[in-house]
Design a binder for this molecule. Structure first.
Ligand SMILES: NC(=O)c1ccc[n+]([C@@H]2O[C@H](COP(=O)([O-])OP(=O)(O)OC[C@H]3O[C@@H](n4cnc5c(N)ncnc54)[C@H](OP(=O)(O)O)[C@@H]3O)[C@@H](O)[C@H]2O)c1
Length: 379
């Protein structure tokens, strides 16, 4: 295996064909032509304005704003691809410096954003979704907002090793990337397709989730592809084989039990669907549903199977276990895995605590009193 460029002191190698110029410099260079045009337009406008022609407002406006409008169109039309390229160079995929910055932003911004859930009563998704023109259909929104995570990670795995001269990533990097993709193939694609129904999701919630996924996919993906341990020696220091295997075992227990508890929630609606169909069938004289459709939208019951006997958000708890296993396998010093786990807990804990209040209001204190929200013995 070649010595990866990421091990060099400069920390990152420029993209082949890249200019090596900093981002601001590249944007400035790209936009030089349009900027001159804007400056010329400005001078012309000033010249016209100085002569103080007695212009009618409409005409005055056209003369004054016209050049700006033309310059704007030129700016957009002439060089969009090079502006895009300048903006994306060094970010997609990121250089080591930009990756470190992305990680810092992810570590700080999303926990803070998640804390806003505590004072806010609004959350435009699931049990608390409300009618809004800005709602997206649940399944579509879910796929669109969850899929960017594993797509970003795959993009990092495809591009970064090549750029850093890494011919062959260690097996640990491939296993962890594979587990991430397995999780998100279920979460982003299979999960929304097999849910009996999903409440609409507000576009703001969906956009926040897209941001989360892109940042997380970038942080973990780039770490696995180039900026984390990329040699057998580096892995020996990062996480022993025993710790790695134990972490993967925990990951699988978490994944399987997360699926099990998701399945229990699905079964509540499937059972309700069968019940409604049976009633319709009986009314129609045994004629399977009598041609009428049933709806299980927003049908909720208190789940009872597995850990749901003790905690209302057992599926969340299992998901945390899953990503704790991932962190353990990746090594306790893996900052992106820490950021992911911390952000998940910060995002889901307030939902679970508020969810418990929702269950109490809906089903009464008696049925919920003995259940924890998400962490048995704690909350
Ligand atoms: N929310 C997050 O921030 C987040 C982050 C990472 C991972 N996840 C994972 O994604 C999965 C879904 O999360 P979520 O926040 O959407 O969970 P959720 O609010 O519990 O909803 C999960 C699904 O089950 C339905 N459902 C919920 N409670 C029900 C009940 N008592 N009876 C019948 N059906 C019920 C919901 O329908 P409605 O849509 O109609 O409410 C939804 O389709 C979980 O496994 C979670 O671990 C969530």
């Amino acid at each position: 295996m070649k010595q990866p460029a990421s091990q060099s002191t400069s920390g990152s190698r420029q993209r082949p064909g890249g200019t090596g110029m900093p981002l601001i410099g590249q944007i400035a260079k790209t936009t030089q032509g349009p900027m001159r045009l804007i400056s010329f337009s400005f001078d012309m406008t000033q010249a016209v304005a100085r002569r103080r022609f007695p212009l009618r407002p409409g005409l005055h406006c056209s003369i004054y704003l016209g050049p700006y409008f033309i310059a704007f169109i030129a700016f957009i039309a002439i060089r969009p691809s090079s502006i895009m390229a300048a903006v994306l160079t060094g970010w997609l995929p990121p250089t080591r410096e930009n990756w470190a910055l992305t990680l810092a932003v992810f570590q700080i911004s999303y926990p803070l954003i998640s804390l806003l859930q505590i004072p806010l009563s609004w959350y435009g998704m699931g049990k608390t979704s409300v009618d809004s023109r800005l709602n997206l259909p649940g399944r579509v929104a879910w796929i669109l907002m969850e899929a960017p995570g594993f797509m970003t990670l795959l993009y990092m795995m495809k591009t970064l090793p090549q750029m850093h001269g890494i011919d062959d990533l260690p097996w640990q990097n491939r296993v962890l990337a594979g587990l991430f993709v397995i999780h998100y193939t279920y979460r982003a694609i299979i999960f929304p397709l097999i849910q009996p129904s999903m409440s609409p999701i507000h576009i703001l919630v969906a956009l926040m989730a897209v941001g989360f996924q892109v940042l997380n996919g970038t942080c973990i993906g780039a770490w696995l592809a180039a900026y984390g341990p990329v040699t057998a020696e580096a892995w020996a220091e990062q996480s022993s084989t025993g710790q790695f295997v134990a972490g993967i075992a925990i990951f699988y227990i978490g994944l399987a039990s997360n699926f099990f508890h998701d399945e229990e929630l699905r079964e509540i609606r499937r059972t309700e669907k069968r019940r409604q169909e049976r009633i319709l069938g009986e009314r129609a004289g045994g004629n399977a549903g009598g041609g009428k459709t049933v709806s299980v939208e927003k049908h909720y019951q208190v789940p009872q199977a597995g850990l749901f006997r003790y905690v209302l958000y057992a599926h969340y708890l299992c998901e945390w276990l899953e990503w704790t296993g991932f962190l353990m396998a990746a090594g306790w010093g893996c900052a992106p895995a820490w950021a992911f786990l911390t952000n998940e807990v910060c995002a889901m804990l307030p939902r679970a605590v508020k969810g418990k209040k929702w269950y109490i209001e809906r089903f009464g204190e008696d049925k919920i009193r003995n259940k924890w929200a998400v962490l048995p013995g704690v909350v």
